[in-house]
Write a protein that binds this ligand. Structure first.
Ligand SMILES: *Cc1c(COP(=O)(O)O)cnc(C)c1O
Length: 375
């Protein structure tokens, strides 16, 4: 129950163990087509350029910046945690100019600040933000940010690594031009693939580049020779078994239905929240800016956080995350992502916390809520 990798469902683990076939085997090509359409459903998009990049979430991030940023491109980057800073570094390595919009760690991106930057930088061509900041548990209003970017004629890059499958992600309705995710958060598939989706506008920008994409491996025009429509050609050897796993994970999501998955994440978050509050924890992000799938809470002053976390792992087989950067030693990050987002985990976590901290009242508070909502 940390910030990822999340628990993997047994049928996904079983899919990983299927025999490895060739990456151009007609059966495998059929599976690739199914993965693409299942990803279109997950992202709520009709984008043709929708596929998994071989590599973890950071590879999808790199793919978006490497393809869309050219030397001299100005990119507005919103930074309210660890991952916005990673975006800045990528922009600069691509030769772009990053204009930063800073918000406090634990807060959503402020649309007013974003709009001020868009107004002050008419030369900006791209606007980038993190939908679900896993380092702080903060949720930003992706719909509003994308609307502002469009109004100022910028393409939008959205990090949906932790949001996809856990909270609403509507690429087409919101007008997002490039989105990327990761398999190991709310999709509950092991780490190793990064689904991406590019709009027609983003695809056209890649086609019309003045300079070739610096990374041969990440160049989506080349990758689409393998993942695109029609005849497939070798680009790199696809991680066959990981694609079996992603296929199975996406089938599970499809069967449950996105709306039901989002609702489940919300209900489990609320139950855990009542339990944590009864135990004396408070949330880092204010209400309305919180992610249900990543609960970042202040650790009470009288608790030795590292030893308590060690005890949870050693004695209760329960992993939760610590804080990053300035938040190290101050917050815990409790994940309820994908398959891990279920009542038995809420109970297990609160019961373990009660034992380790010598407190009580959390489990009963969560149970009362679960009884009400699971009726
Ligand atoms: C986890 C995460 C990433 C990076 O994913 P990796 O799989 O660790 O490379 C990027 N952005 C966000 C918001 C994340 O939570």
């Amino acid at each position: 129950m940390g910030p990822g990798p999340s628990d993997v469902h047994p049928t996904v683990l079983a899919a990983l163990a299927r025999p490895t076939i060739g990456h151009l085997d007609p059966k495998f090509v059929e599976l690739m087509d199914e993965v693409k359409s299942l990803l279109q459903y997950a992202f709520q998009t009709a984008n043709r350029l929708t596929m998994p990049v071989s590599g973890p979430g950071t590879a999808g991030m790199e793919s978006c910046f490497a393809n869309l940023v050219e030397p001299g491109t100005t990119v507005i980057v919103c930074r309210n945690g660890v991952f916005g800073e990673r975006m800045r570094q990528m922009v600069e390595r691509c030769g772009g100019i990053a204009v930063m919009v800073d918000d406090a760690w634990g807060r959503a991106v402020d649309p007013n600040k974003a709009e001020a930057a868009l107004k002050n930088h008419p030369e900006a061509e791209i606007f980038a933000f993190i939908h679900a900041e896993t380092s702080t548990g903060a949720l930003s209003d992706a719909n509003e940010l994308a609307r502002l970017a469009q109004k100022h004629d910028c393409l939008t890059i959205m990090d949906a690594v932790t949001s996809l499958g856990g909270i609403p992600v509507r690429v087409d309705e919101w007008g997002i031009d490039a989105a990327y995710s990761g398999t190991q958060k709310c999709l509950s598939v092991p780490p190793g693939l990064s689904p991406i989706s590019f709009s027609e506008r983003a695809t056209a920008r890649v086609t019309n580049r003045k300079t070739p994409v610096q990374s041969w491996f990440m160049d989506v025009a080349l990758v689409m020779g393998y993942w695109g429509e029609g005849k497939r050609a070798y680009h790199h050897t696809a991680p066959i078994n990981m694609i079996y796993a992603l296929h199975e994970g996406l089938l599970r999501l499809n069967k449950e239905g996105l709306e039901s998955a989002w609702e489940r994440h919300w209900k489990m978050h609320e139950a855990l929240k009542f339990g944590l509050e009864a135990l004396g924890f408070t949330y880092l992000a204010p209400e309305g800016e919180r992610l249900p799938q990543l609960n970042a809470v202040w650790v009470p002053e009288d608790v030795d956080e590292a030893s308590a976390r060690g005890q949870l792992l050693a004695e209760h087989n329960l992993e939760i995350g610590g804080g990053l950067g300035d938040l190290a030693g101050k917050v815990w990050r409790i994940g309820l992502m994908g398959y891990a987002s279920r009542a038995e985990n809420v109970r297990k976590c609160l019961a373990a916390l009660e034992t380790v901290l010598g407190r009580s009242g959390g489990l009963i508070a969560a149970e009362n809520h679960l009884n009400k909502t699971l009726m």
